[in-house]
Design a protein around this ligand. Structure first.
Ligand SMILES: Cc1cc2nc3c(=O)[nH]c(=O)nc-3n(C[C@H](O)[C@H](O)[C@H](O)COP(=O)(O)O)c2cc1C
Length: 326
């Protein structure tokens, strides 16, 4: 009988088992499971759905996604285009039962009620009344609240002050009865530890740090903003060092002692980027923009992390979380 040793990069996120510390980021991998066409999802930790709102949305006019002029990232103002919660429940979520990885549903809204309604419908789908057939309905491991979308007119400002964030989470927490609750925080360079503390005190099981950075590019010949929405969010390699510092600060000031895991997001395109996030204090990472250039990059990153963990002479990647030298 052959005994296979546990993978050194398997880990857990707030109790959710992950085959690798890698999640496909919201909005960069289709609505839910479309990446399964090109990627063996059993080799990533999980998939995060597109942010789902109460009603369906067409999003912003084009251009709404562009390579940034630096060549080191992407500028987008998609505007939360998504099918809406009712169509998501009927047309997409039933497929989650067959997904061989963690399934995380991202939720966005324009009022506290919006978030509560969508989260409640997701949780009810996960936990139908006992009389109904539950066999294919249990694949929502977590709900990620997107409180930080810079690309819609009304803005998503719930992530901008500790008070607004607490009010939102305290309203949503009671309706998310069994799935884990992840809060995706805005990339505020100042005051992020206070927001993190407010999210944890209000019931967050994990924090995602962070989202795209608010940004703008202008066509100097036409003098017009390059995005139809005028401004958008910058993602990709150019934001990675900023995101590493945000993770480092929040881990050192809040999450290490609170024992609440951080998911590092921003510019991961190589295994070294992912390893940096882990050393700064992240338990796992998200990959977004890099999927557009190479949808199979998560497999390369998983392979590189596996080699790195062995090289570092530890038995599991969890031992390297926050292990940057003082
Ligand atoms: C085209 C595009 C669409 C996105 N849509 C969403 C979304 O619906 N919800 C969300 O929380 N984040 C969304 N994001 C942000 C990503 O999930 C991720 O946080 C961000 O891009 C930083 O990671 P990256 O540099 O690896 O792309 C989107 C990003 C891109 C590039």
């Amino acid at each position: 009988m052959s005994v296979t040793s546990p993978s050194p990069i398997s880990t857990t996120l707030a109790g959710i088992p992950l085959a690798a510390p890698i999640l496909l980021a919201a909005g960069a991998s289709g609505t839910l499971d479309e990446m399964a066409d090109v990627l063996d999802l059993s080799r990533v930790g999980g998939v995060i759905s597109k942010s789902i709102t109460r009603l369906n949305r067409d999003g912003n006019p084009t251009w709404r996604i562009l390579p940034s002029r630096s060549g080191l990232g992407m500028l987008n103002a998609i505007g939360l285009a998504n099918p809406g919660i009712d169509a998501f429940l009927t047309d997409y979520l039933p497929r989650s039962a067959a997904m061989p990885c963690a399934v995380i549903c991202s939720v966005a809204g324009f009022s506290v009620d919006d978030y509560v309604i969508v989260a409640e419908k997701l949780d009810a789908w996960r936990n139908p009344p006992a009389a109904t057939n539950t066999s294919s309905r249990t694949r929502i491991d977590a709900i990620e609240l997107n409180v930080s979308c810079p690309n819609v007119k009304a803005g998503c400002d719930f992530g901008s002050t500790p008070a607004a964030l607490s009010e939102l989470i305290q309203a949503v927490r009671p309706v998310v009865k069994s799935a884990k609750l992840i809060i995706k925080l805005s990339p505020w360079p100042v005051g992020l530890p206070d927001l993190a503390r407010a999210a944890i005190d209000s019931g967050a099981d994990a924090l995602t740090i962070s989202n795209t950075m608010p940004a703008m590019e202008i066509d100097v010949h036409t003098r017009a903003p390059r995005l139809a929405h005028r401004t958008g969010g910058l993602s990709g390699p150019s934001i990675h060092p900023i995101a590493v510092k945000l993770v480092h600060d929040v881990y050192a000031k809040v999450c290490r002692d609170a024992k609440v895991p951080i998911i590092g997001a921003g510019g991961v395109s190589t295994w070294e980027d992912a390893a940096e996030f882990i050393l700064a204090g992240a338990t796992c990472v998200q990959i977004g923009t890099a999927l557009f250039a190479d949808p199979r990059v998560p497999l390369k990153i998983a392979k590189g992390l596996d080699r790195w963990v062995r090289e570092q002479r530890v038995s599991n990647i969890a031992e390297l979380v926050g292990a940057v030298k003082p």
